[in-house]
Design a protein around this ligand. Structure first.
Ligand SMILES: C[S@@+](CC[C@H](N)C(=O)[O-])C[C@H]1O[C@@H](n2cnc3c(N)ncnc32)[C@H](O)[C@@H]1O
Length: 267
C-alpha cells in the first residue's frame, strides 16, 4: 500500500515538461496524447454535463459563475464585445457569459472535439442563444482565428488536456486584442491539510466508479482524475502564463485549491 502511494505520488509529479507526453499517469509517445484525449471526450460527450455535476457535487457551477464574475462581461455597449471560449466543449462557460451580459456579448466556442461541440450546439439552440454563441472546431495550439480578434479568452478545465501548453498560451495572446483578458479555470493543487487526502480518496475511487455506473466505462474518468494531478501547480502555471507574454498575472484558489482561476492581460 505504502509502495502504491509512493508510486502514485511519483507518477503525479506536476512537471510542465512532461505534459506533452503524459496521458494521465501513462507516458505516451511524442504526438500521441491528443488522439487519446479526443477518444476520452468522444466517449463522454453525451453524459459530460451530468457527470460534471456528479463528479464535482455541482461545484463546477460555482467556480464557473465566479469566473464569469471576474470577467464581468459588459451589459451594454456600442460595439459587440466578443469572447473566445477555448476547449469550450458543451458551451457551459459561453452560455454563462452571454447570459451575464444580458445577451450583449457574443461568444465563440472553440473545441477540437466535434462530439462535444454537437452537444453544445443543441444546448444553445434549446436555450435560444444560437445567434449569440457560435461553435467552431479547432485546436487550442493553432487557433483558426486572426490576430487581435477577441476581447477576452477563457478556458475552463481544458488546458491540462492540451499537449503543448506554452503554444496554446501564445495562441491565446495572439488572438486577443490589446487590453484583452485571459482567464483560465483549472483543477489545481489542494493547499489545505486533510482536504488533500479526502479529495484524493474521492477522486481516485469514487469518480471512476461513478463514471462506470453512469456511462458503463470508468477508464475515461480515470484519465480525467490523473490528468489533474499532472497539471503544474498554481505558481508554476502563473509563470508559464507570464512566459507567454501576458502581464499582471495573478491567480486565486477556489475550494482550497481544488480549482484555481488564473488571470492575465495582453497590454
Ligand atoms: C473537461 S472538458 C471542459 C469543457 C468545458 N470548458 C467545461 O468547462 O465544461 C475539456 C475539453 O477540452 C477539449 N480539448 C482537448 N484538447 C483540446 C485542444 N487541443 N484544443 C481544443 N480543445 C481541446 C476537449 O475536447 C473537451 O471538450
Amino acid at each position: 500500500m505504502a509502495q502504491d502511494t509512493f508510486s502514485a505520488q511519483r507518477a503525479s509529479a506536476r512537471t510542465p515538461e512532461d505534459m506533452p507526453t503524459s496521458f494521465g499517469f501513462t507516458t505516451v509517445g511524442e504526438g500521441q496524447k491528443q488522439a487519446l484525449v479526443d477518444d476520452v471526450f468522444h466517449k463522454v460527450a453525451g453524459r459530460y454535463d451530468i457527470m460534471n455535476d456528479m463528479m464535482s457535487g455541482g461545484l463546477h457551477r460555482v467556480w464557473k459563475d465566479a469566473m464569469v464574475s471576474v470577467l464581468a462581461p459588459p451589459k451594454s455597449g456600442a460595439r459587440s464585445w466578443r469572447l473566445l471560449d477555448v476547449a469550450g466543449g458543451t458551451g457551459d462557460v459561453a452560455t454563462r457569459v452571454v447570459r451575464r451580459s444580458n445577451e450583449n456579448a457574443k461568444a465563440v466556442v472553440c473545441d477540437i472535439n466535434e462530439s462535444m461541440l454537437g452537444v453544445g450546439r443543441d444546448r444553445a439552440e434549446k436555450a435560444g442563444l444560437s445567434d449569440l454563441i457560435t461553435f467552431s472546431q479547432g485546436n487550442a495550439e493553432e487557433l483558426p482565428f486572426p490576430d487581435k480578434s477577441f476581447d477576452a479568452y477563457t478556458i475552463a478545465f481544458g488546458i491540462r488536456n492540451v499537449p503543448d501548453i506554452p503554444k496554446a498560451l501564445r495562441e491565446a495572446r495572439r488572438v486577443l486584442k490589446r487590453g484583452g483578458r485571459f482567464l483560465c479555470l483549472e483543477f489545481s493543487e489542494v493547499d489545505v491539510p486533510m482536504l488533500d487526502k479526502i479529495y484524493d480518496g474521492f477522486s481516485f475511487n469514487a469518480i471512476p466508479a461513478m463514471g462506470k455506473m453512469v456511462t458503463g466505462d470508468g477508464e475515461p474518468y480515470r484519465y480525467l482524475v490523473e490528468s489533474i494531478r499532472k497539471f503544474p501547480q498554481q505558481d508554476r502555471f502563473a509563470e508559464m502564463i507570464r512566459e507567454a507574454g501576458f502581464e499582471q498575472v495573478t491567480y486565486r484558489n477556489y475550494t482550497g485549491g481544488i480549482a484555481a482561476l488564473h488571470s492575465g492581460w495582453k497590454l
